[in-house]
Design a binder for this molecule. Structure first.
Ligand SMILES: NC(=O)c1ccc[n+]([C@@H]2O[C@H](COP(=O)([O-])OP(=O)(O)OC[C@H]3O[C@@H](n4cnc5c(N)ncnc54)[C@H](OP(=O)(O)O)[C@@H]3O)[C@@H](O)[C@H]2O)c1
Length: 434
């Protein structure tokens, strides 16, 4: 693929076919690079040929008056296709990944993200979600030098404003005030024929992965890398046990592989024997929480709580040969944080990226203090975490565990299954176009 000249560039795809001239067009949002020809709208499921940005695209859309169960909150609509601003890239989506954040988007809870964005000045009164994407660069803003039209790319879910003073002063973008979860806190995610991302979100697609795998690894994988390798001194090390909630889920299945790659001992929690098979095949020891029930909140009955919690902790100790986990990968939140803290080694860390069962957690402060347990929040990842993830993939030490591949039409239904914890294990990809 090559670019030439300033006003009339030539776009040649890899089979040598030379396409029509590209012009730099002025748009309301800045200079835009795209193809010149006729193209008004697309067939659903069809990857667009290089050409002008179609006026309309099919998208799975959430609207405020449909907030509620994902099965009905998501509806396919024909909407205006967005145009990239000077620092943005428009990607023709081939595959999109399932993530929990668009369960929250569908519910409009705990945040009404459409109203939140409109209060911040967004014009659109709808949400197109999807925080993992794999596709082809279709158009890009004039400032974008890091990718070319026709490139096979994946999109990272961390979006930020490059003019953010915190970042300008050398701050980590992943902790910047302007950080937003793309396809959740921002619009124009991957559940549409085109998605819109900042140039710094776009990475070359790992060639070791299929298109389906490429669309599901980045959000959960980089989150798990950060949880396990970033928060020094509590990082995975040779022979050290790590307790992983939801071991067969998106974050959990990635965490197991990362712990293994760094020589740790993953102990994964699941709720069924089918899922036991999955986590054991990834190399984890397993606790089926239906056999070792997670006790309720400590305040309900402190003595009884400790007895039940002790049974769970004894099982952890049995599986690890007597070691308590130095890291606990926490995301169920409210229901499990007291037990995570109770099972964590002295000086260890409970690292929390979510609260799927609720965010108002309670913990045993006495135990936390006495054993110096660290409670660490962790949100997505930084550039270094993404590089580490890509190195693990290219060294074939990590690959997404794809539980299912579904159609574009199924996006609402599968989010509904996810809400009820009935969705397929591992990561799920959606076919947007071929
Ligand atoms: N902050 C971030 O940057 C970030 C990034 C990625 C994900 N997240 C969040 O992390 C959470 C997990 O994401 P995911 O993609 O791994 O979801 P997932 O694939 O649905 O996996 C979640 C797992 O949680 C377990 N679980 C559900 N209810 C539970 C309960 N009551 N007690 C114990 N375990 C329970 C389930 O395992 P079993 O039923 O088999 O035990 C399930 O496999 C979501 O809330 C997501 O939004 C946050």
């Amino acid at each position: 693929m090559t670019w030439r000249a300033q006003n009339y560039d030539c776009y040649t795809i890899q089979d040598g076919r030379t396409l029509k001239p590209i012009v730099f067009l002025a748009s309301g949002r800045g200079n835009l690079i795209r193809m010149e020809s006729e193209q008004k709208s697309l067939e659903p499921g069809v990857l667009p040929d290089p050409g002008p940005i179609p006026e309309k695209m099919y998208a799975q859309v959430i609207r405020r008056d449909r907030y509620g169960e994902p099965e009905t909150a998501f509806q396919i609509e024909l909407v205006d296709t967005p145009h990239p601003g000077p620092d943005e890239v428009l990607v023709a989506v081939k595959r999109a990944g399932l993530n929990y954040n668009n369960v929250w988007a569908a519910l409009g809870y705990p945040v009404d993200i459409i109203s939140m964005r409109m209060r911040q000045g967004a014009a659109e009164d709808f949400h197109i979600g999807g925080s993992d994407a794999a596709g082809i660069v279709f158009a890009k803003g004039a400032n974008v030098k890091t990718c070319e039209l026709g490139d096979e790319v994946v999109v990272s879910p961390a979006s930020w404003d490059s003019a953010d003073p915190y970042i300008q002063n050398g701050g980590d973008p992943s902790m910047a005030p302007s950080l937003k979860a793309w396809g959740y806190e921002t619009n124009w995610g991957s559940f549409a024929q085109f998605c819109l991302a900042k140039a710094w979100q776009v990475y070359p697609r790992p060639q070791a992965l299929s298109w389906e795998e490429s669309s599901v690894y980045l959000l959960c994988g980089a989150t798990a890398v950060r949880m396990l390798l970033h928060w020094t001194p509590n990082v995975v090390s040779e022979g050290s046990p790590v307790l992983i909630w939801g071991g067969s889920g998106g974050v959990g299945s990635m965490a197991i592989q990362i712990v293994r790659a760094y020589g740790g001992i993953p102990v994964a929690v699941v709720n069924s024997e089918d899922k036991r098979y999955v986590v054991e095949s990834l190399g984890a020891k397993c606790i089926n929480r239906s056999e070792f029930p997670v006790p309720g909140l400590p305040s309900e009955n402190a003595e009884h709580w400790k007895d039940e919690a002790q049974a769970f902790r004894d099982e952890v100790l049995r599986l690890t040969g007597g070691l308590l986990p130095e890291i606990v990968v926490e995301h169920p939140g409210q229901n499990t944080i007291p037990l995570s803290e109770f099972c964590c080694a002295a000086g260890g860390m409970v690292v929390i990226c979510a609260g799927t069962t609720g965010y108002m957690a309670q913990l045993n402060g006495l135990e936390t203090c006495r054993r110096s347990v660290r409670l660490q929040g962790s949100h997505f990842a930084g550039q270094r975490d993404i590089e580490t993830l890509h190195a693990l993939i290219s060294e074939r030490k990590l690959a997404p565990y794809i539980g299912a591949v579904h159609s574009f039409e199924d996006i609402g239904r599968i989010h509904g299954l996810m809400r009820r914890n009935e969705h397929p294990v591992g990561n799920t990809a959606f076919i947007i176009a071929d």
